[in-house]
Design a protein around this ligand. Structure first.
Ligand SMILES: NC(=O)c1ccc[n+]([C@@H]2O[C@H](COP(=O)([O-])OP(=O)(O)OC[C@H]3O[C@@H](n4cnc5c(N)ncnc54)[C@H](OP(=O)(O)O)[C@@H]3O)[C@@H](O)[C@H]2O)c1
Length: 418
């Protein structure tokens, strides 16, 4: 599902696209190079070249991070070709595009913004979306159902799950939804849910798990029934355990995906191994919440490293929604809630529907990179259409990833072998 053989020569890339349309007016002479187009690294990363033919090869030239001139060859595919090794491109580098055939071309910029309409058919896929009773998870579940996936909606409050499924069915009458109980903050509940799915889908596969549910900035340090800090338990340990429990069903089919939802603000967080439970110091938002979302991101990257080492074709991809107007602020202190409301007046926020797009891109797009991280393409990644998100350096640190994994196995008492 992730790799189509004929695309293997073409790098897959992220969604927001500065696209160049190549058309072929009658040639006078055969120029081999058509354009020098200055682009920012980010837009280059997403550059899509549209050609009229699947068989046309294009070259692109660019300067790499050491300012060396590099060349890549692209092959048209469904009139879409995406540039290889975009991460090598020097910021501000110019890119030249040429074509193997003799006819000249005209090039114009075309913005291609990835939207829910780009989601490929999900017929035959089974998806689990946590936190689908509201916000981003709700829209993720709805769009997956619209495209034909069977969507499992686990919820800690079944009346909310029923309400959400009614709202989805009102919009998508053909939706195939299954509701089940799950409280991610309580390991017993996660285990029961895992068993329930194994009973139900034991012989089938789970094609997609979206670890989306989360809580934010409880004003006071709150513990679950095991004495674990509730934000870290709900946002991180619970999803770790859930992923481990469902992995035998997920690994049944090549190309299945595990999408983990982080926060763009996690980039300013630190993982404090001696304060994961906020025992020493509890800072509701900038501390405990961000730390849990950074842990999600580190987990997604560590899972990818482990899957790659095991030559697995299961993908681990991370996403964040930017700043989306949802119920996430429902438990915060009145003062912080007021600040959130105030900032929402300043048009820095986007709808929950838009916030779901990076998750949907990670979950469904053939262009989503295994091991990638996606968020909105606007300033500070707060709003916009999906593109590659900023990856904090710590996500590349295998020692930190291993340490978090070991700690997660110890706390959840669950060995997670991929
Ligand atoms: N909104 C943003 O701007 C933003 C920014 C960065 C990251 N995020 C992340 O996006 C994800 C979705 O949040 P949202 O903004 O859509 O917020 P939301 O509207 O509050 O949705 C959160 C969902 O998680 C569920 N949930 C919470 N605790 C749970 C538990 N213990 N067990 C099972 N389900 C639980 C909620 O269910 P109930 O209805 O039962 O409470 C709800 O369905 C979260 O991981 C959040 O950290 C959001």
């Amino acid at each position: 599902m992730l790799e189509r053989p004929e695309r293997s020569l073409v790098a897959r890339a992220e969604a927001r696209s500065l696209a160049l349309r190549l058309t072929s007016p009658p040639p006078a002479s055969p120029p081999r190079q058509a354009l020098v187009q200055p682009v920012r690294k980010e837009s280059f990363l997403n550059t899509v070249i549209r050609s009229g033919s699947e068989n046309t090869a294009h070259w692109i030239w660019f300067r790499d991070s050491l300012n060396r001139r590099e060349k890549s060859v692209l092959y048209g595919y469904d009139s879409l070709a995406i540039i290889a090794a975009p991460q090598k491109v020097r910021r501000g580098s110019a890119v030249s595009v040429g074509r193997s055939r003799e006819s000249p071309m005209q090039i114009e910029n075309v913005e291609h913004k990835w939207t829910a309409q780009d989601i490929p058919s999900q017929q035959g896929r089974v998806a689990v979306v946590t936190g689908a009773t509201s916000g981003i998870g709700f829209h993720t579940a709805k769009e997956l159902a619209r495209k034909g996936a069977t969507v499992i909606i686990p919820a800690r409050d079944m009346s909310k799950a029923k309400e959400a499924s009614k709202r989805i069915e009102a919009d998508v009458p053909q939706a195939r939804l299954h509701l089940a109980n799950l409280d991610l903050g309580e390991f017993d509940s996660v285990r029961e849910f895992g068993e329930h799915l194994r009973d139900r889908y034991g012989t089938e596969s789970i094609d997609l798990l979206v670890n989306n549910a989360g809580i934010m900035a409880l004003p006071k340090r709150t513990l679950n029934s095991q004495g674990l800090e509730l934000q870290f338990a709900t946002n991180y340990f619970g999803p770790f355990l859930l992923t481990a429990l469902l992995f035998p069903l997920i690994r049944k089919k090549e190309g299945s995906r595990i999408v983990t939802v982080s926060s763009g603000e996690a980039r300013s967080a630190r993982l404090e191994f001696d304060n994961l439970q906020s025992e020493r110091r509890y800072v509701p938002h900038g501390g405990a919440y961000y730390q849990s979302k950074l842990a999600d991101l580190i987990f997604a990257f560590e899972l990818h490293r482990r899957l790659s080492a095991a030559n697995s074709r299961i993908a681990s991809i991370a996403a964040h929604p930017g700043w989306a107007v949802t119920d996430i602020g429902r438990s915060v202190s009145p003062g912080f809630g007021f600040l959130i409301k105030l900032s929402q007046l300043r048009a820095m926020w986007q709808s929950a529907e838009a916030g779901a797009l990076p998750l949907l891109f990670a979950a469904t797009s053939p262009d989503a990179r295994n091991g990638g991280y996606y968020g909105p393409d606007g300033p500070k990644e707060r709003k916009g259409n999906p593109t590659a998100a900023f990856e904090p350096v710590v996500t590349k640190n295998a020692t930190v990833g291993r340490r978090l994994w070991d700690e997660s196995e110890r706390v959840t008492k669950m060995q997670f072998v991929v």
